[in-house]
Ligand binder design. Structure first.
Ligand code: UD1
Length: 429
């Protein structure tokens, strides 16, 4: 059944909120587990539908997955022999499924992974993934909608340089290189904390990797890896969401478990805009002192880590929609990632899109209306917009939000917001 959020405007969010394990790490770590025969345990797993889809994908490869969402634990038991096909049905539902590509070629010598279709946030190529695996000696081609990679005699180390620091390509090449013969250097890699998390888990399985978190990874291949127990790192995008929720509603939130260092760019911008940002013993806190007035709008240009994360761009738009003054938001990573703008316009935001820029002019208060979320982040950003809109806002497409924010409304209510989940049925459906 479809659901929507009813968001009552006029909230100032105050209190503390925990951060879950990172979605963008958890899904990849499940793929990492494929590299070793035996039982690997992942803890601090977020309670989201995507983990279930990834679990189903692993099961179809012959792997047993015991996932306890409430405990946040997934036990992945990998047999000696596993399959090599990731079906379109699953890859379409979860684009991150393509992260089984590298592990499967490395472990099985073959991978058939469906090419994901169109994406709500612009086109996202796989050319860098394919080129990296080819450099490692795999034969890669696309047939009948599947990317088929074969390396029957195993992979061999190579010197690879990515044209662009793609997160997914870095991960796939790294996960393949750990079992390749000899040394692989991968230059111009993504430096996201999730990559370091993957490298840490691989190292605990016996992989030999240096340079995680820098722009050059050096991997010395090993023959086999062993299972491990690994704790998923905290979700920096969820933590950043709460930071923006505090700033946008002129509230005061302690993000428990949040890692401020992973959010240096957005937190610096918020501090410069007049928000109080401080590290705490348990995480960090973002507050707008009561009576201080609206914080100021600021320019944002998304960049690969450690730049401003594209996943927080919709929150910067919502923030600027009600901040004091005008600013420019520039999207450099994905095309067409401005769906939030047209919905914010329905709420009375004053912004204009020009190519990959959005010019924003803050208004003191938005005006509640029905809006539609088109992806995880824009959905959550629209809920926050509803909190600073007069009257109430109905945000449909809650299933998108649930993919990144387990029980989002519960967290919001604990901070004083009036947000309820309700059925979203139309007479014409
Ligand atoms: C990951 C994150 C996503 C985040 C993004 C950028 C997951 C599941 N998703 O996505 O939330 O927004 O990083 O921080 O972890 N590109 C190519 N060819 C390639 C690979 C990428 O042209 O072979 C382009 C894409 O079209 C896109 C850009 O590079 O424009 C960034 O993509 P990438 O860094 O690979 O992001 P994802 O791994 O897809």
């Amino acid at each position: 059944m479809r659901e929507r959020f009813r968001v009552v405007g006029g909230a100032r969010l105050v209190g503390e909120v925990p951060v879950v394990g990172a979605k963008n790490s958890a899904l990849k770590l499940m793929a990492v587990a494929l590299l070793a025969e035996g039982r690997t345990t992942l803890t601090n797993m977020p309670e989201i539908a995507d983990v279930r889809i990834m679990a189903e994908l692993l099961r179809r490869l012959g792997v047993s997955v015991d996932y306890d969402p409430e405990a946040g634990v997934a036990v992945i038991d990998v047999p000696a022999s596993i399959g090599h096909r990731a079906d379109y049905e699953l890859v379409r539902a979860l684009r991150a499924s393509i992260s089984v590509l590298g592990p499967l070629v490395a472990r099985v010598g073959e991978a058939d992974v469906a090419v994901p279709g169109g994406d709500a946030i612009g086109s996202r190529g796989l050319d860098l993934h394919a080129a990296g695996l080819e450099a490692l000696g795999a034969d890669v081609r696309v047939t009948h909608g599947y990317l088929v990679a074969k390396a029957p005699r195993g992979l061999r180390g190579a010197d690879i340089r990515l044209d662009f620091p793609s997160v997914g390509a870095t991960e796939n090449i790294l996960m393949a290189a750990v079992l390749a013969r000899g040394r692989t250097t991968i230059d111009n890699v993504a430096r996201e904390p999730e990559i370091a998390d993957i490298a840490e888990m691989l190292t605990s399985m016996g992989a030999r990797i240096t340079g995680a978190g820098t722009s050059c990874l050096v991997v010395d291949g090993v023959d086999t890896l062993h299972p491990t127990v690994h704790r998923v790192l905290p979700d920096r995008v969820a933590a950043g969401t709460w930071a923006f929720a505090a700033a946008t509603t002129c509230g005061d939130i302690e993000v428990v478990g949040g890692v401020a260092e992973h959010l240096r760019s957005p937190l610096q911008s918020l501090a410069a805009a007049g928000c109080h940002v401080e590290g705490t013993a348990r995480g960090f806190r973002v507050a707008v002192p009561e009576g201080a007035g609206r914080p100021t709008a600021f320019d944002v240009a998304t960049l690969p880590y450690p730049g401003f994360p594209t996943d927080l761009q919709p929150f910067a738009l919502t923030y600027n929609a009600v901040a004091d003054g005008s600013a420019m938001v520039t999207e450099n990573l994905f095309e067409a990632r401005f769906r939030t703008v047209q919905e914010l316009a329905r709420l009375g935001a004053d912004m204009q899109v020009d190519g990959h820029h959005v010019m924003t002019h803050g208004v003191p208060l938005l005006s509640g209306a029905p809006v539609e979320s088109s992806d995880i982040r824009s959905g959550a950003a629209l809920v926050i917009a509803g909190l600073v809109a007069e009257g109430y806002t109905l945000v449909s497409g809650v299933h998108h939000i649930d993919r990144g924010y387990p029980h989002f409304e519960v967290g919001l209510r604990s901070l004083g917001a009036d947000v309820t989940r309700e059925p979203d049925e139309h007479w014409y459906e």
